[in-house]
Design a binder for this molecule. Structure first.
Ligand SMILES: CC(C)(COP(=O)(O)OP(=O)(O)OC[C@H]1O[C@@H](n2cnc3c(N)ncnc32)[C@H](O)[C@@H]1OP(=O)(O)O)[C@@H](O)C(=O)NCCC(=O)NCCS
Length: 180
């Protein structure tokens, strides 16, 4: 068995970026300045559908309507569907997630299912603000862990989650084709 290298040989431990205390961006503006993050409203849905279609290339109106019905007023049950709105009231991004109890045998934790920002509004701290807001909701619901799942080819979303301090977790996904 390989012995563990001594801490000193690995170099100093990099401090983790904590969600609650992200540093201001270089310009001196706070991360995501000029944005309001709030629960989604019916009138935001067209913009959400448009952003999702830009990112995935597929418009899924029925899916989003049904998700809205399930999540919009469900904060009390730990479900969150939040939007980031610019000063001029345009929806520029959204995040969706919920607290799941004992899924995969793990104690209750927050799951982030989707986070998307309009391509023309990226790199301004919008997703950071959205993730901070949903994590604040998870904390209020009494959980202290957040998880997500992503496609291994999606290096953009991986870079984002890593920048927020997320690391590989203790679970591995498995799948198989079901024969008809
Ligand atoms: C990933 C995404 C949500 C990031 O949104 P954003 O508002 O641009 O993110 P932020 O500005 O908050 O970026 C925070 C950090 O993420 C990392 N990051 C974001 N975009 C990046 C990029 N293009 N390349 C490398 N790192 C990046 C950086 O570390 C960045 O911090 P920095 O600006 O100080 O370097 C956005 O690019 C997006 O919607 N992509 C498509 C998402 C997707 O594929 N969704 C489907 C699965 S849910």
């Amino acid at each position: 068995m390989m012995s563990k290298p001594a801490r000193a040989a690995q170099g100093p431990k990099r401090p983790k970026k904590k969600l609650a205390a992200l540093a201001p961006v270089a310009s001196g503006e706070p991360v995501g300045a000029g944005l309001n993050v709030r629960p989604v409203r019916r009138g935001d849905l067209d913009a959400v559908i448009e952003i999702d279609a830009m990112v995935t290339g597929i418009e899924k109106r029925d899916y989003w309507n049904s998700l809205y019905r399930r999540y919009a007023d469900a904060v009390a049950t730990g479900q969150h569907f939040l939007v980031a709105v610019s000063d001029d009231e345009h929806v520029v991004g959204f995040v969706i997630g919920e607290v799941r109890d004992w899924e995969f045998g793990s104690p209750p934790c927050g799951w982030v299912f989707a986070i998307d920002v309009r391509p023309d509004a990226r790199l301004g701290g919008t997703a950071t603000r959205l993730l901070q807001a949903i994590c604040a909701g998870f904390r209020r619901a009494g959980v202290s862990k957040v998880r997500t799942m992503l496609s291994r080819d999606n290096t953009l979303i991986l870079s984002f989650f890593r920048s927020q301090g997320m690391m590989i977790g203790p679970f591995i996904p498995l799948e198989m084709d079901l024969e008809s």
